[in-house]
Design a protein around this ligand. Structure first.
Ligand code: CA
Length: 228
């Protein structure tokens, strides 16, 4: 998972960056509000300190919300109820008061990320539709896969992995993208789990040529879908 830390305090950032990195999060840091809007598209979660030297954190939070669907956790030394409500009103997903425990922060980051992925998944179906790949039919609305009209029972993660590959429409779907979307992080354990899920998917669907492995990069459909 990629986290953008917006924090002007070097001591806080200096302590947090290695602690989050040890827990498998990739951290980018900005010491002020400048440039934040250009970077939000590169990350999954923004950790936003409200007390920034160049802009009010609440204002910045609203600006982020206006341009991106990224998860935002507002961090503040204040902790007044008013701040919490203001932060959530400004579009933040969660609110954390300094000083906080790093493990709690990581748990919040993961929870916020999970809720966003679920919300996006729930919001996608209306337009996602059905993808036909020869005799394999992937129904992104109903989370159902059929092969020759027979329903294939996939686990939640197996379906999510397949859906991401299908939604790439024949372009390469990178391992990092799948790991971050489905597992929320891309450590070695998750990477091994992805291999297992793809192998199981291939066995269950029994169309070995459907999903190609692009060695070291990711996966793609062997043929473009008929329609999406
Ligand atoms: Ca500050």
């Amino acid at each position: 998972m990629r986290v953008l830390l917006v924090e002007d305090d070097d001591r806080v950032a200096g302590a947090l960056t290695p602690a989050l990195a040890r827990r498998g999060l990739a951290i980018k840091r900005l010491a002020s509000g400048a440039g934040v809007l250009d970077r939000v598209h590169e990350v999954d979660v923004v950790l936003l300190d409200l007390g920034l030297p160049d802009i009010d954190g609440m204002v910045l939070c609203r600006q982020i919300r206006a341009v991106s669907d990224v998860a935002v956790i507002v961090v503040s030394a204040r902790g007044e109820v008013d701040d919490r409500i203001m932060g959530l009103r400004a579009g933040a997903d969660d609110y954390l008061v300094k000083p906080y425990d790093v493990d709690e922060l990581v748990a919040r980051v993961e929870a916020v990320r999970r809720r966003r992925v679920e919300r996006i998944a729930a919001a996608t179906p209306a337009s996602a539709g059905v993808v036909n790949l020869g005799d394999v039919r992937v129904d992104l609305d109903r989370h159902e896969v059929t092969v020759s009209d027979r329903v294939v029972a996939l686990s939640r993660k197996e379906f999510q992995v397949l859906a991401l590959i299908v939604m790439a429409r024949g372009s390469v779907c990178t391992r990092d993208h799948v790991l971050n979307e489905v597992w929320g992080r891309s450590g070695p354990a998750e990477s091994r789990s992805l291999d297992v899920h793809v192998a199981t998917l291939r066995t269950k669907i029994a169309r070995p040529a459907l999903v190609e492995t692009v060695r070291g990069v990711g996966y793609r459909l062997a043929a473009a879908p008929d329609e999406l």
